[in-house]
Ligand binder design. Structure first.
Ligand code: HXC
Length: 257
């Protein structure tokens, strides 16, 4: 592939992205960010692709932002270049992205997993925001997304102590959608992604967009946003096909229009 820090494969309609800096436990540096953004842009633009899975290794999804890259930086470098702002582009991916997490998802690794649409966790997964131990803090959204995902008590304790959450606790707290035996994680994630990719593409985008709006708005505005988008889906060919297929007891065939 054209990348050095990630592997990208298409499996049918599913794009599998594997973080691949094994010697640094997939620490997220500038290169991995720019390669990942490039791959996600290509995925979003490729009409043959319906869902992406991002995974790491058995040992680490990603052990954080690259500490060695940040070590020598000062305030002027970080603030002046708005370090990490590039990650916002990742969250503008309009098609669904699943994080398949085994092993460590720490700091920026936990934050990247939370930027995905949902997290499937191996029983070996460990989540944490240990930045405080380096005398810094989350910088890719962790203090905000973790708090929204698990509530203030757990998010505050994790950010202040740097302790890790195992997969069971993460599932109980609502950080991950499901836990799988490590050996089944990738297969299950690919299957789940294939299910999503088999749905009508405009409905997939609309469902993702309306769930995301729940984080950004009031209940009344969110419900109205949902209803308007629901109405809009009745302007699609795939809605006509989907409802006809149900009535005729067959599977729908989508045009994406
Ligand atoms: C750079 C990293 C790294 C990281 C691990 N490595 N994490 N390099 N950045 N975040 C490197 C190690 O230096 C080491 O390289 C190799 O990966 C293997 O790691 P070990 O520590 O030897 O492995 P192990 O003993 O199994 O411990 C695993 C670990 C530990 C518990 C995950 O690596 C760890 O605590 N990592 C840092 C976790 C962390 O603090 N993350 C938050 C980063 S800050 P060498 O060359 O020595 O073999 C962050 C900030 C966002 O994400 C915002 C801040 C501004």
């Amino acid at each position: 592939s054209q990348y050095e820090t990630i592997l990208v494969e298409q499996r049918g309609a599913v794009t599998l992205v594997t973080l691949n800096r094994p010697k640094a436990l997939n620490a997220l540096n500038t290169q991995i960010l720019s390669e990942l953004l490039d791959a996600m842009r290509a995925f979003d633009e490729d009409a043959s692709q319906g869902c992406a899975v991002i995974t790491g290794s058995e040992k680490a999804f990603a052990a954080g932002a690259d500490i060695k890259e940040m070590q020598a930086q000062g305030f002027a470098d970080m603030y002046g270049h708005d370090f990490f702002a590039g990650w916002d582009a990742f969250t503008r991916t309009r098609k669904p992205v699943i994080a398949a997490v085994a092993g460590y998802a720490l700091g920026g690794g936990c934050e990247l997993a939370m930027m995905c649409d949902f997290i499937l966790a191996a029983d070996s997964a460990k989540f944490g925001q240990p930045e405080i131990k380096l005398a810094v803090s989350p910088g890719m959204g962790g203090s905000q997304r973790l708090t929204r995902a698990v509530g203030k008590a757990k998010a505050m304790e994790m950010c202040l102590t740097g302790r890790m959450m195992d997969a069971d606790e993460a599932e109980r707290a609502g950080l991950v959608s499901r836990i799988l035996p490590a050996a089944e994680l990738l297969n299950d994630a690919l299957k789940t992604a294939a299910t999503i990719a088999s749905m009508a593409p405009l409905a997939v985008k609309a469902n993702k967009e309306m769930v995301d709006v729940a984080y950004e708005t009031t209940l009344a505005q969110g419900v109205q946003f949902e209803r308007r988008l629901f109405h809009a889906l009745f302007g699609t060919q795939d809605q006509t096909e989907g409802m006809a297929a149900f009535v005729e007891k067959r599977s729908g065939i989508w045009t994406g229009k």
